[in-house]
Design a protein around this ligand. Structure first.
Ligand SMILES: [Zn+2]
Length: 80
């Protein structure tokens, strides 16, 4: 069985994991991110396309999906 303290340490050292935890704690942030960073017909990200052309799913979609998993596993992060 995984040691929860070890899991917390990996969240601090992995930027994507840390961003997912941060996003999970912001009410509505996961839904807003997934809404803005939708897949365009050409296969690129609509949200990132305003800044640069990247393929969907972009890194922000992956962070938001990870945040949704974290939130689902432990309830609303930071609000319980
Ligand atoms: Zn994007």
């Amino acid at each position: 069985m995984a040691d929860p303290r070890r899991e917390d340490l990996s969240a601090e050292s992995d930027p994507v994991e840390a961003a997912a935890w941060f996003l999970a704690a912001q009410p509505g942030a996961v839904e807003r991110t997934l809404g803005v960073h939708a897949r365009r017909e050409d296969g690129r990200c609509a949200g990132c396309g305003q800044l640069r052309q990247v393929w969907w799913p972009c890194v922000l979609v992956n962070i938001a999906l990870r945040a949704r998993l974290l939130r689902g596993r432990s309830g609303p992060v930071g609000f319980d």
